[in-house]
Write a protein that binds this ligand. Structure first.
Ligand code: SF4
Ligand code: SF4
Length: 241
């Protein structure tokens, strides 16, 4: 059905300066099947923000107005939550479509925090560009606070524990502005007797390669986590992101 409907989108209608037409038509997101029912719009938690509506974005794509979609702020308003995809009667892969559109924007025009974050992550291993020694210092400092609480005397944070049962990644905000949140799940691990650890390198759990539509960066970030599992000989991963 996708291919049949694509036949109706003529080259004349499509204003593509940079985007390869054939490549666009090969997108496997079923965007041409949209029946404009707006069920996605009703389910979207950010519909209405700056005029965003997933149905409108799908229509831009199905009409070949990719440049317009790429230049628009709309793809960056989407949270990639996936609700729209769950309710769409035509099974259109809207979050994947959003990611592909994001990926077509020049990298230096990706919204600031995301662009800086993924650049720092690729260079240093985490979105903050936090040096390893500072990271370890913060974790140990938080662990010392936990150890002062009743029932957690002697608590230490297991960093780079080879052969542990579980490796967990960390969201960068937990070592920046939300260190208190670390304590909650450390206490759960402690109470459950879990054999866990955190890597001192490439510990970042937030993959902004995913959010920026940069598949190569996403693979690099994911691969680094797998490398840490191999380095520490760990089979199980908890990836809270
Ligand atoms: S729910 Fe699906 S078919 Fe309906 S408007 Fe949204 S994308 Fe189109
Ligand atoms: S994935 Fe994006 S467009 Fe779909 S419901 Fe979530 S925020 Fe809205």
């Amino acid at each position: 059905m996708n291919e049949i409907l694509s036949e109706n989108v003529t080259a004349e209608k499509i204003q593509l300066d940079r985007i390869d037409h054939d490549a666009f038509r090969a997108w496997p997101f079923a965007q041409d099947c949209c029946i404009t029912c707006a069920i996605c719009s009703g389910s979207c938690p950010v519909a209405g923000v700056d005029g965003f509506d997933p149905r409108k974005l799908v229509r831009l794509a199905s009409l070949g107005q990719i440049d317009q979609a790429v230049e628009s702020r709309w793809p960056w308003i989407c949270t990639l939550c996936g609700k729209c995809e769950q309710v769409c009667p035509m099974d259109i892969h809207i979050p994947d479509l959003v990611r592909r559109i994001r990926g077509l924007r020049d990298r230096d025009r990706v919204p600031g925090i995301l662009h800086k974050g993924i650049e720092a992550a690729l260079k240093t291993g985490n979105n903050l560009g936090l040096p390893k020694d500072d990271f370890v210092y913060i974790l140990e400092d938080v662990a010392a606070e936990v150890a002062e609480e009743p029932g957690f005397e002697g608590f230490t944070v297991p960093i780079d524990k080879e052969g542990a049962n579980l490796l967990t990644t960390i969201h960068n905000k937990l070592v920046n502005t939300h260190t208190e949140d670390l304590k909650h799940w450390w206490k759960i691990f402690h109470a459950a007797g879990e054999d866990w650890t955190i890597s001192s390198e490439n510990w970042e759990g937030t993959n902004w390669g995913f959010f920026t539509g940069d598949d190569d960066a996403m693979k690099t970030m994911t691969g680094r986590i797998v490398e840490q599992m191999a380095r520490l000989k760990i089979k199980n991963l908890m990836w809270p992101e």
